[in-house]
Design a protein around this ligand. Structure first.
Ligand SMILES: C=CC1=C(C)c2cc3[nH]c(cc4nc(cc5[nH]c(cc1n2)c(C)c5CCC(=O)O)C(CCC(=O)O)=C4C)c(C)c3C=C
Ligand SMILES: [Fe+2]
Ligand SMILES: [Fe+2]
Length: 331
């Protein structure tokens, strides 16, 4: 009898606290900020700073921010990510005779890589396609997720075949989806505004050491501007979410936005292409913090364009990524 192939899809994202409360945020930040992929400082220097300063002060502050954006069903990153996962699973339900099981796992916190990989194995998947929910590869995010996945399989006696997607920064459906979102926003507000593309930053040193993240972000911005037919003066590329004292990728979002009104750019839209799913960084840091700063410095209109989340365009993009990267399994 011909045995049918058993495929599975594992979508991976960063992670989020289990609750918007100080102890849960501390647990999440401890795990996240202890990863050498994220903070590569000498542990003899970093551990005391992390334990004595950051994990003492930051969790209570950040818990308040999570409370501002928390949804009835949980953290936006998890809730909106699950909605996308469910749409993808429904679309793949009729593939082969048994469908293709889909799980989402977080590098830090829950659902863990181990639990998601076990669920896929229990569903019979022996070939797993891993889809990073990070459009632009970075060692701090994508590679950190892959590290965790490999460690989670350490105890697995029968290793599944793995196919790892690097990123999709220049995928035509991703660029089209971002451009569509911008056009939809312009139509809704009845005006085209200066477009700010704001990416989560990383320390500049990581890029100097070979992390391709900045180049991949630039690829995305250039292609989106091209798709929208924007001239150089109609868009700006910046990095947000600086953390710690060392130099991060520039231009910095806050400094750039503060200086825009006096240069005559008073009405803007901000899109954050590095976030496939809205989360604390987009819903609070961009929408509220950057928006307030821009207005305090003379800005007249500021609107954030939501992440692609579980939109039809995002669904089409992920289905295409899955289709393209499993072709060799179905031939
Ligand atoms: C400490 C250094 C950090 C690096 C490097 C970094 C890179 C990076 N992060 C994302 C995506 C997300 N980051 C999120 C939250 C977040 N990020 C950092 C720090 C670094 N990120 C912290 C400390 C936090 C927690 C919040 C805070 O304390 O300010 C999230 C959201 C999680 C959520 O629950 O909503 C995402 C997503 C990318 C894409 C990236 C580099 C490419
Ligand atoms: Fe981050
Ligand atoms: Fe932040």
């Amino acid at each position: 009898m011909k045995s049918s192939p058993k495929y599975g899809v594992l979508m991976i994202n960063l992670g989020t606290p289990d609750a918007p409360k100080t102890p849960e945020v501390r647990t999440f930040l401890r795990e996240f900020l202890s990863d050498k992929r994220v903070v590569d400082l000498n542990p003899l220097i970093w551990k005391p700073i992390l334990n004595l300063i950051i994990l003492t002060i930051r969790p209570a502050k950040v818990a308040k921010v999570y409370q501002q954006v928390w949804m009835e069903e949980g953290s936006p990153l998890l809730v909106l990510g699950n909605r996308l996962k469910n749409r993808i699973a429904a679309a793949l339900e009729n593939r082969f005779d048994h469908g293709i099981p889909v799980e989402m796992a977080m590098t830090y916190g829950n659902p863990s890589m181990e639990s998601a990989a076990n669920k896929l194995r229990a569903a019979g998947a022996d070939k797993i396609l891993v889809v990073p929910m990070y459009p632009q590869f970075s060692s701090t995010t994508t590679a950190a997720g892959y590290d965790r996945l490999m460690s989670s399989l350490k105890k697995c006696p029968h290793w599944p075949a793995l196919q790892l997607i690097q990123d999709y920064a220049d995928h035509p459906l991703y660029i089209k989806a971002l451009a569509n979102s911008v056009r939809t926003q312009w139509a809704k507000q009845g005006e085209q505004r200066h477009l700010v593309l704001s990416y989560h930053g990383i320390p500049k040193r990581y890029v100097s050491n070979g992390d391709p993240y900045a180049r991949r972000c630039e690829n995305t911005s250039t292609l989106v501007a091209e798709a929208l037919g924007l001239s150089d003066s109609e868009w700006t590329h910046v990095y947000q979410s600086r953390f710690g004292r060392e130099e991060w990728l520039k231009p910095y979002a806050d400094a750039t936005l503060k200086s825009m009104p006096e240069m005559g750019i008073k009405r803007i839209n901000v899109i954050s292409p590095a976030f496939s799913i809205d989360c604390i960084e987009t819903l609070e840091e961009v929408t509220l913090e950057l928006g307030d700063e821009f207005k305090q410095h003379g800005g007249q209109a500021f609107d954030y364009i939501p992440a692609l989340n579980d939109s039809d365009d995002q669904l089409a993009l992920y289905l295409d990524l899955i289709e393209q990267n499993t072709q060799q399994w179905t031939q």
